[in-house]
Write a new protein. Sequence first.
Length: 230
Amino acid sequence: MRGALQLDGVLAVDVRPGQRDFTATYDPRTASVAQMLAALHAAREPAEFVFPPGAHDVDYVVAVDRVQAERPSRLEHHARIAPADELGTPLCLRGRLFDADGETPVADAVVFAYHTDREGRYDRPGSGPHSWRLRGWARTDAQGSFAFDTIRPGAYPSRREPAHVHFTVFTATGRFHAGVVQFADDPLVTAEHREAARRDGRFGAVRDVRKDGDAEHVEFALRLDRTNRF
């Protein structure tokens, strides 16, 4: 592990004895998560990075800002993520956005959503990190409501994590990580995921899936958390 991460900009690697978890400290000016993952995979070390609360993947932040340049000039409260001819099970996501109190709807916010294709890939091979082929934007209405038509995303090829949809929210006061939606019928959803969703109530990540013919429908709610501003 340490040998594979002897890269310029990697300042320290802390590996816990007897465990696969490790902590990497790096200088984002000279190293990136993509470079570290590539080095680990080249050394036949399967790995994925998870950022602690309050920390941000600099590559991700740059990618989020970059892709916003492609945001349509006119946004509706009902939009698309995957194109209509994308292969996969049709999925309709209906959400509401609330302020930190969990009661006040947030109107006129931009909700940016992205997810994997049905094979669990964010983009075609060789596209690089943080390249999201299936992405879309919607603007919340007066009740904080928004909706996306898309396909059911697949789990990552590693099968280590449940399939999910990512959400980022842009308001007049900043941009916020708004969490993910997972699917209650996904066998990769663990008991821990379900318990966390139960505790979070209407804002829980694991949501029931309603089937209607060939299509699936999921309803959910997002809450702005000021600590998730980035």
